[in-house]
Design a binder for this molecule. Structure first.
Ligand code: ADP
Ligand code: ADP
Ligand code: MG
Length: 449
C-alpha cells in the first residue's frame, strides 16, 4: 500500500530528516510537537502539525494516546518513529497496528526480541554469531554472582538489558565495587527504562565500536550497506562516526557484514536496522553487542557512501515493496565522516539551551548538514542536546578529515555553547588521524586537557 500521509512521531533533526524524504516521495507529512516546540523547524516544514502536549517528553513525545489521536485526526496512513523516544517501544508498534496505522519499522515481536540485550544475545548465539557471555544477575544469589565474576576476571561491565543511549552501564574493576553497583544499577535501570533486568559481561579494554547497516524487506531479502566505525564516544555515547572502518581488512569486513545479514535472516527481520559489534583490537575478534531496530543517528555516513536514501528504503519496505537492489548492486564509494554538534558546555558537558543568535551553515562540495536550528531559534532545555550533524564525503579518510576541518572553519553558531572546539581538537589529534585509538580515546584525551 502506497502511503499518502505519514505522521512523524519525533522532533528535532530526525523529524526534519524524515519529512524531507516524505516530500521527495510525494507523501504528505504531519509533524507532532510539544508546546515547547511550537517554533521548531519540523513544525514549520511539515504539511500539517498537531500539538500533542506539554514540554515534558513523557506527556508529549512519549505519550502514545496523544500521538495516535494526532494520527487519527490528521488521517495519516503510517507513523515514522525516528530514533529515541518511541522508536524501539514494542507496545507503541503494537498499538499503531491496533489503531490501523502502519508503524514504519519492524513488527512489535521483532522489537521485543531484538530490543532486549539478553534475549538478543541468545538469538545471536543460535544464529551462529560470537557474543560476550552474559552473567545473569536478577534473582541470582550474591555468592554465585561473585564466583562467576571472579571466574570471568576483571574488568567487567554491568549493563541494563533494556538500556540504550549509553545509559545504565558501569565498568567494575574490583570485587568490592560489585555488589553495591549491582543494586544501584538495578534501581537506575528501573527508573530509566522501567525494567530492572541487568547483567554482567567481560569488559573489553581497547575496543572499537563497529556496526553494520542492514536493510531487509518483507519478502525475505536482506542486504547490508557496509559497516560504520563509531569508536569516538563520550560516556558510551557516540559523537563521531565514519564508514568504512579503516581498521578492517576485506576479509574481516566481509565476515562482520555477513554475520549481520545472517542474524537478520535468522530472525526474519524486515525494515532497516543496525547490528552492533564490539571489536577487540588485540585478539582481532568481534562480538555481537546489540541490535537497534530503527534508523540511527549516524545513518547518513552510509547514505553518502552508497548513494541510497535509507528513510526512503524504510518507508518503501513498510509499504510492502521488495528491495530495489541486491547485494552485488550496492556500490561503495569513498569514505564518509559525521560529527554530532551538541549544545553543551565545553568543560562540564552540561546542556546549553538558549537562543541561537546567529547560525551560518557550512556548505560546498562533499558536505551535508542535517540540522533543525536557525537564527533566532530558542533551543529548549527539555530534550536531547544534539543540534546538527555535519557529514562529509570524500575519496578517503584523510580527505574527509580535511573537509570536516573546512566545515568547522566556516560554521558559526552563536548564543549557545557547543562541542565544535572539541571536534576540532579530535580532528587534529595524531592518534585519531593515525587510526590508532579505542573507545577510551576521548576519556583519555579529556583527562589531559
Ligand atoms: P545508540 O543508542 O546506539 O547510541 P544512536 O546513535 O542512533 O544509537 O542514538 C540514539 C540516541 O539519540 C537516543 O538514545 C537519544 O539519546 C538520542 N535521541 C533521541 N531522540 C532524539 C532526537 N529527537 N534528537 C536527537 N537525539 C535524540
Ligand atoms: P547502548 O544500548 O547504550 O548503545 P551498547 O551495548 O551498544 O549500549 O554499548 C554502548 C557502548 O558501550 C559501546 O559502543 C562500547 O563503547 C561500550 N561497550 C559496550 N559493551 C562493552 C564491553 N563489553 N566492553 C567494553 N566496552 C563496551
Ligand atoms: Mg548501542
Amino acid at each position: 500500500m502506497a502511503f499518502k500521509k505519514i505522521l512523524i512521531a519525533n522532533r528535532g533533526e530526525i523529524a526534519v530528516r524524515v519529512l524531507r524524504t516524505c516530500r521527495d516521495m510525494g507523501i504528505e507529512s504531519v509533524a507532532v510537537h510539544s508546546v515547547a516546540d511550537e517554533d521548531s523547524l519540523h513544525v514549520k516544514l511539515a504539511d500539517e502539525s498537531v500539538c500533542i502536549g506539554p514540554a515534558k517528553a513523557a506527556l508529549s513525545y512519549l505519550s502514545m494516546p496523544s500521538i495516535l489521536t494526532a494520527a487519527e485526526i490528521s488521517e495519516a496512513d503510517a507513523i515514522h518513529p525516528g530514533f529515541g523516544f518511541l522508536s524501539e517501544n514494542k507496545e507503541f508498534a503494537a498499538m499503531c497496528k491496533e489503531w490501523g496505522f502502519t508503524f514504519i519499522g519492524p513488527s512489535a515481536e521483532l522489537i521485543e526480541k531484538m530490543g532486549d540485550k539478553i534475549y538478543s544475545k541468545k538469538i545471536a548465539v543460535e544464529a551462529g554469531l560470537p557474543i560476550l557471555e552474559p552473567i545473569l544477575v536478577n534473582g541470582v544469589d550474591s555468592a554465585a554472582i561473585i564466583t562467576a565474576v571472579e571466574k570471568m576476571g576483571f574488568p567487567v561491565l554491568i549493563k541494563s538489558s533494556a538500556g540504550g543511549g549509553g545509559k545504565g552501564m558501569k565498568r567494575i574493576d574490583a570485587i568490592a565495587e560489585l555488589l553495591p553497583s549491582l543494586e544501584l544499577l538495578k534501581t537506575e535501570a528501573k527508573a530509566a527504562f522501567g525494567d530492572d533486568t541487568i547483567f554482567i559481561e567481560k569488559y573489553i579494554v581497547s575496543p572499537r565500536h563497529v556496526e553494520v547497516q542492514i536493510v531487509a524487506d518483507q519478502h525475505g531479502n536482506v542486504i547490508h550497506l557496509g559497516e560504520r566505525d563509531c569508536t569516538v564516544q563520550r560516556r558510551y555515547q557516540k559523537i563521531i562516526e565514519e564508514s568504512p572502518c579503516s581498521l578492517l581488512n576485506d576479509e574481516k569486513r566481509e565476515e562482520i557484514c555477513n554475520s549481520a545479514v545472517e542474524l537478520a535472516k535468522f530472525v526474519k527481520y524486515d525494515s532497516v536496522g543496525t547490528v552492533e559489534f564490539i571489536y577487540d583490537q588485540e585478539s582481532k575478534k568481534f562480538y555481537f553487542m546489540e541490535m537497534n531496530t530503527r534508523i540511527q543517528v549516524e545513518h547518513p555516513v552510509t547514505e553518502m557512501r552508497v548513494g541510497l536514501d535509507l528513510v526512503e528504503l524504510q518507508i518503501k519496505i513498510s509499504e510492502g515493496e521488495k528491495l530495489p537492489l541486491t547485494q552485488s548492486d550496492v556500490n561503495f564509494v569513498g569514505h564518509s565522516l559525521e560529527c554530532r554538534i551538541n549544545a553543551e558546555n565545553s568543560e562540564t558537558f552540561a546542556p546549553s539551551p538558549g537562543e541561537i543568535t546567529h547560525y551560518y551553515r557550512p556548505a560546498g562540495f562533499g558536505i551535508r548538514v542535517d540540522d533543525f536550528i536557525y537564527s533566532g531559534y530558542k533551543v529548549p532545555p527539555f530534550y536531547d542536546s544534539m543540534l546538527a550533524k555535519i557529514i562529509v564525503h570524500g575519496k578517503n579518510r584523510d580527505e574527509c578529515i580535511r573537509r570536516m576541518e573546512r566545515a568547522f572553519s566556516e560554521i558559526l553558531i552563536g548564543g549557545v555553547d557547543t562541542n565544535i572546539a572539541l571536534h576540532q581538537e579530535i580532528l587534529c589529534d595524531e592518534n585519531f588521524r593515525g587510526n590508532n585509538y579505542s573507545t577510551s580515546f576521548l576519556t583519555e584525551k579529556l583527562s589531559k586537557i
